[in-house]
Structures are given as structure tokens and as C-alpha cells.
Design a binder for this molecule. Structure first.
Ligand code: SF4
Ligand code: SF4
Length: 271
């Protein structure tokens, strides 16, 4: 791995320009005994994935609406310009995370994907020759974090597994693809309505479910019976369906087919 960078102080932050592979070894140790404990849990721009929202909502025994109002605020992703929800920091001097306490993270088992990755960063490289995306990793070094370059060596993949990253990442792989595609397309104009639909699927499965079953959605889109049964009850299945549908809405991909004949809206007669 790259050499330790020891001259960083306080809020200094650098991205180490070294591409890490799953087998690359890093050294990082963190835990309640360390002097910088919890310093990384304030002043964050912490976007939540749709799966983060499900996990935190269930952990806190809230409805999605309640969770969104109490703990999040809308956020436009800088590169893709797509709207998501991010964790709303407390209104205190240090802008601390709403889930941090004296003892550490109160939602540790359900903490968001971004918290699990730190101090690793995930990058995606588009291999145009082979027509596929390749993941790579890098280290983020901040002046206050004393855990880097300490402790035993561990590979990037071992670190990812020790933090439960695959469990939180796999349900949102298609969602990440949608965002990356928008990034790679550059500053294309997306209709406001499509942005609102992206936000609905990305943040609120209950609203999305009502939208499917209580609007003209099923008159317009072809959805087989088995899928319909699944998405009525199962939030994870609903998310996967939602990501496919977003690909149709945003990029005209075949994700969820449109019916050949769409019934016209009935005209309401006054008598
Ligand atoms: S969710 Fe937990 S780990 Fe993440 S910033 Fe908040 S307190 Fe820290
Ligand atoms: S070692 Fe780094 S990640 Fe761990 S508590 Fe300290 S600042 Fe946070």
C-alpha cells in the first residue's frame, strides 16, 4: 500500500491517488479506545441509498415518511445531479450525526453504506473496450483520523466483508448503475417529472407502492402477476422493480415494457 501520510492535521482531507484492488493490503484500526473515536461522525454529507433507508427505518420502527421527515433532507448528487436523501446532521455546534452518542453509533448494525466504507472510497471505471464497469477502491485520509496505517494488514476485500458491505451494496447495484450512467452522459436535460420519480423510488417505497397500485401505472406498464404479488408485500422486490422501471423512465431502456394499447382516460360526463 502507499506510504503513511503523517503531516495531515485536523480537517485536512486528501484522496490518496493510488488505485486499490480487492487483494491490496491496507492497515486500518478503529474502535472505542482510539483518541479520535467518533470524530468522523459529524459535518457529513452522507447520501443514503434506498436500502440504507429501509434498514434505518426498520431499526427505528418508523414509517418511511416519519423517517424521512425526522432524519433526512433532500440532496442533489454533485456529478449526476440526481436527487436523493441525505442524513440530516443535528443542529449543534459540531453538526453531529443524529445517531452518534457518547458510546458511539447507536444504529451500528444498520449504519449506512457510506459509514461502512470509510476510510475506503469506491470508484467506478468504464471499460469502453469491454463495455462494462470496473470497480476500484482508494483511501481517504483525514487529519483527525488516527486509525490509518495502524493495526494488522488486511486486504481491501477482507475489510469490505468485515464491515458488512456486500449485504448493503448488492441490493442497490442497479441503482448505482443508473447514477453512473447519468454521470457518464454529462449535462443532459432530464424532465422535472422524471427527477421526481427517481427521488420517489430512491427514498420512499411506500409512496412508490401506492403510485403503482393507485394510479394508472398498471394501465400503462406491462407487469406480470408474479411480480405484482411480490412487490405488494416485499420492499426489496419493490426496489429492484423500481430500478428497472427508472431505467425505462430515464433512459428509455426496456426495463418495464409499456403496453401496446394504452386505454384513454375516461371522460367524465356532467350528467
Ligand atoms: S450512522 Fe453511525 S457510523 Fe454513520 S455517521 Fe452516524 S453515528 Fe457515525
Ligand atoms: S479511527 Fe478514523 S474512522 Fe475510526 S473513529 Fe477515529 S476518525 Fe473515525
Amino acid at each position: 500500500m502507499g506510504e503513511a501520510i503523517t503531516e495531515l492535521r485536523g480537517t485536512d482531507r486528501i484522496i490518496v491517488p493510488i488505485k486499490l484492488e480487492p487483494h491490496t493490503k491496507i492497515r486500518f484500526q478503529c474502535g472505542p479506545g482510539i483518541p479520535c473515536f467518533k470524530l468522523c461522525c459529524s459535518e457529513l454529507y452522507l447520501p443514503l441509498t434506498p436500502y440504507d433507508i429501509l434498514r434505518l427505518r426498520d431499526r427505528l420502527k418508523l414509517t418511511t415518511d416519519q423517517f424521512l421527515v425526522l432524519y433526512t433532507e433532500p440532496f442533489i448528487l454533485p456529478k449526476s445531479k440526481l436527487p436523493v436523501a441525505r442524513l440530516k446532521m443535528r443542529d449543534d455546534e459540531n453538526k453531529t450525526c443524529p445517531f452518534v452518542s457518547e458510546k458511539g453509533c447507536q444504529v451500528y448494525e444498520d449504519r449506512p453504506l457510506a459509514c461502512r466504507y470509510y476510510p475506503l472510497g469506491l470508484g467506478i471505471f468504464r471499460n469502453r473496450d469491454e463495455g462494462r464497469n470496473e470497480d476500484f477502491y482508494y483511501l481517504v485520509k483525514e487529519g483527525f483520523c488516527q486509525g490509518l496505517d495502524t493495526g494488522p494488514e488486511i486486504t481491501v476485500e477482507e475489510y469490505r466483508r468485515s464491515q458488512g458491505i456486500p449485504e448493503f451494496e448488492e441490493p442497490v447495484l442497479e441503482w448505482a448503475e443508473i447514477i453512473m450512467k447519468k454521470e457518464s452522459l454529462g449535462p443532459i436535460e432530464v424532465p422535472q417529472k422524471s427527477l421526481e420519480l427517481f427521488f420517489m423510488v430512491s427514498t420512499n417505497p411506500e409512496r412508490f407502492r401506492r403510485f403503482i397500485f393507485e394510479s394508472r401505472f398498471l394501465e400503462i406498464y406491462e407487469v406480470d402477476k408474479e411480480t405484482l404479488e411480490k412487490i405488494k408485500e416485499d420492499d426489496l422486490a419493490l426496489l429492484q422493480f423500481g430500478f428497472k422501471w427508472l431505467k425505462t423512465v430515464l433512459y428509455a431502456e426496456k426495463g418495464v415494457p409499456i403496453k401496446k394499447e394504452i386505454p384513454q382516460e375516461k371522460k367524465i360526463k356532467p350528467f
